[in-house]
Ligand binder design. Sequence first.
Ligand SMILES: *[C@@H]1O[C@H](CO)[C@@H](O)[C@H](O)[C@H]1NC(C)=O
Length: 194
Amino acid sequence: MNESIFQPFCLAKMKIVSISMPLLTIFIIQIVLLPISHCRADLIDQTCKQTPNYNLCVSSLKPNPRSSAANVKGLATIMVEVLTSKANDTLNEIWAQLLRQEDPAVRNCYDHYGYMVAAFIPEIYGDLTSRGFGGRFVRYNPAQAERRLHDDIIRRVDHCRHGFGKGRRSPFAKEIKATREAAVVAAAIVRILI
Ligand SMILES: *[C@@H]1O[C@H](CO)[C@@H](O)[C@H](O)[C@H]1NC(C)=O
């Protein structure tokens, strides 16, 4: 999808331009004067408005220095990085828990999060780029990235959580929630690219 549709303000100017030369001059001056960051800040805002968790989206993207120059694809990649970090935090927490006490539900979570961090999330990065990856060539495929976020991440996060059954709160519920929320936002941003 063309990123420019998220910059209606910038695009509107481009339409006026085709009318006449004086207007073209004004347009060029405006382009020079208009801080690029204005459109870019708008892009984060416009993108995050299309996710179910605006606040998490903005607070995840804004602190990253790359986000100010990123297009929607770049923003999606940054959000997947945030997801990686949350999933890894969860995995570390699960591991610490397992060291204290062996438990089938915790072990189940360890397996799910282990696969996510080691295999599934790297594949999502692959879907968002077109490059050599793990000895093979992968093609840009945002639809597949979205599918993986749902099937390989969100579904496994829920699987882990449900493993504790009713009435038993998982010992790392906070980390699980953070991972799930990051995955939902990442999936919504990736969806814009389809
Ligand atoms: C996950 O956390 C461990 C322990 O802090 C760290 O060594 C590892 O590099 C992290 N992995 C990723 C993918 O962030």
